[in-house]
Structure formats: structure tokens, C-alpha cells
Design a binder for this molecule. Structure first.
Ligand code: CP
Ligand code: NVA
Length: 300
């Protein structure tokens, strides 16, 4: 595995390998077993959007692996003043051992990988959020023991999270059901991929999508960069909420996942959020372990 650009690039075997390593690294950290797999290596972390989890988990994770993380805000980099990504890639490749980037366009991440000569990890684009979904799959396996026979449900915007969950969920063998309003469907590339799977369903009914589900996901109605559409989206997504009605349609022992940050009483009620806080914050913790596994796989 050379880079982590999107879930579509990973084979099922590669996903399971990452999850197994993530479990092992979590165990080692909890038992104070040193694991300096990236001793002496440097990771540049380019952020063109805000972050709490991604920044802190990559930075701490790199430190725990014996490496050195550099936080590179686009406000400070020349990239923010228009230096092409192709040149940034070739320059950074001469200093660093890996780059993590959070940005808008998926093409920018793909270009960074193409023009640079070091591994690139996608820390979120408008198209996808593979690091998050690897942590989500890790959490599901941790709570449910396996993927076989499970149904995953996503309710809300067909955004970066929906795109990555559909691909990741189907690749590891889960059924995937998605409820989105008209006009906010997942990316065409993802729907074309999902078409081949019998266990995939796209509907406009949150309750129908949740029927018999073992894991319920949701995400914000307006993602980073869409702040200007927030009011319009509040109208479009009314009813696309994880609440008691949706939970009643799911399996009685269904878990709830949210990548965070969450907007209570919009995409999820306070009540459901707090009832499942344990699963949601384990999911947030697993970002650390899953990303350490990714870094070891691509930079180790
Ligand atoms: N879930 C997630 O990626 O969180 P941050 O935006 O805080 O990094
Ligand atoms: N869909 C959200 C995810 C945040 C982690 C966004 O892109 O802002």
C-alpha cells in the first residue's frame, strides 16, 4: 500500500490488515508496550480546513510511533498564496517521509500523490474521509465481533462520510442502506461501485433505511465549506435525523456512530447521542489507532 487516498483504492484484504494492525497498536498502547515503527521519520500535516480529531490524533500518533509530526496550516504555507500543489509535492518530498492532507478537492490529494515521491494520506476531502471510516470499521468490529451478517445504515447528506462508509461497509461484507433526500445523494462514482452489491439500498426514507440495522451512522447536514448553505440545508434535511423513531426501526442492540462534530437536535437528538456516547467516543479514540496503522503501512 503506497498511499491512502480513498476507500475505493483499498482491497478488502488491505482494509482487514489495517484493522488488525490498529487493534494490535491499541493493545500495545494500553499496555505501555513501545512501538516505535516510525522512529526518525517526519509527517507533514497540511490543513486547509479546521480539525480537532484528525490533527490531534495524527500528531499524537506520530509521536507515539517515534516520529515527528509537523502541523502545516494552509494560512502559513505558500500553497495558500497559490503555489501549485504539483510544486509543493515535489518540495515536501525532499524533506519529509509522508504527508497527510485535509482539503476541499479530491484532485488536490491525488495530484500530491502523483507529483510527490512520498506516501500521501487523505485526512478528508469533499469527496471522502477514509481515515474516519477505517476507525469506524474498527469500532464496529470491536463492539460486534465481526462484519458478517451486519447491516449498516447512514442517514443524512450523501457527503464525504456517506461516500466512504458505503465503499468501506460493502468491501468488508456488510449490507449498507442509505437514506438521503433528493438532490443530496452520494457521489456517482460511489453509486456505480455500490450497484454491483445486492446488499446496497438507497432510499429517501430514514425509517426504511434503519429497519433491522445493526449500526446507524449520521453526519452534519452542512459540511465544512458549505456554511453558506446551512439554512437551505436545514429545510432539505428536516426529518433526516437519528431519533427514537429511527432507533425503534433498527435492531434492539444497534449501535450509533457519528464522526463528530455533532449538531444536536439537527442530524441526531441529544437523547440518542448521549445514550450511545460510549460507542461514539470509542469511535473518536479509534481514529488514533487506525491512523497509526495506516502510517505504519504506508511509511513503515
Ligand atoms: N471527525 C473528524 O474528522 O473530526 P475533525 O474535523 O475534528 O478532525
Ligand atoms: N462531513 C463533515 C465531516 C467532518 C469530519 C465535513 O466534511 O465537514
Amino acid at each position: 500500500m503506497k498511499h491512502l487516498l480513498k476507500m475505493l483504492d483499498l482491497s478488502t484484504e488491505e482494509i482487514i490488515d489495517i484493522l488488525n494492525l490498529a487493534d494490535q497498536l491499541k493493545y500495545e498502547l494500553k499496555h505501555n508496550i513501545p512501538h516505535p515503527h516510525l522512529k526518525g521519520k517526519s509527517l507533514g500535516m497540511i490543513f486547509q480546513k479546521s480539525s480537532t480529531r484528525t490533527r490531534v490524533s495524527f500528531e499524537t500518533g506520530m509521536y507515539q510511533l517515534g516520529g515527528y509530526p509537523l502541523f502545516l496550516s494552509s494560512h502559513d504555507l505558500q500553497i495558500g498564496r497559490g503555489e501549485p500543489v504539483q510544486d509543493t509535492a515535489r518540495v515536501l518530498s525532499r524533506y519529509l517521509d509522508g504527508i497527510m492532507i485535509r482539503t476541499f478537492e479530491q484532485k488536490e490529494v491525488e495530484d500530491l500523490a502523483e507529483y510527490g515521491s512520498i506516501p500521501v494520506i487523505n485526512g478528508l476531502t469533499d469527496f471522502c474521509h477514509p481515515c474516519q471510516v477505517l476507525a469506524d470499521l474498527m469500532t464496529i468490529r470491536e463492539f460486534k465481533g465481526q462484519f458478517d451478517g451486519l447491516k449498516m445504515c447512514f442517514i443524512g447528506d450523501g457527503n464525504n462520510m456517506a461516500n466512504s462508509l458505503i465503499v468501506g461497509g460493502l468491501k468488508v461484507g456488510m449490507k449498507v442502506s442509505v437514506a438521503c433526500p433528493e438532490g443530496y445523494h452520494p457521489d456517482k462514482q460511489v453509486l456505480d461501485f455500490a450497484k454491483a452489491y445486492e446488499g446496497f439500498e438507497l432510499t429517501d426514507s430514514p425509517v426504511k433505511a434503519a429497519e433491522g440495522a445493526d449500526v446507524i451512522f449520521t453526519d452534519v447536514w452542512a459540511s465544512m465549506g458549505q456554511e453558506g448553505e446551512a439554512e437551505k440545508r436545514k429545510i432539505a434535511f428536516k426529518g433526516y435525523q437519528v431519533n427514537d423513531e429511527v432507533m425503534a426501526a433498527a435492531n434492539p442492540d444497534a449501535m450509533v456512530q457519528h464522526c463528530l462534530p455533532a449538531h444536536r437536535e439537527e442530524e441526531i437528538t441529544e437523547k440518542v447521542f448521549e445514550a450511545h456516547a460510549n460507542e461514539i467516543f470509542e469511535e473518536a479514540e479509534n481514529r488514533l489507532h487506525a491512523q497509526k496503522a495506516v502510517m505504519v503501512k504506508v511509511m513503515g
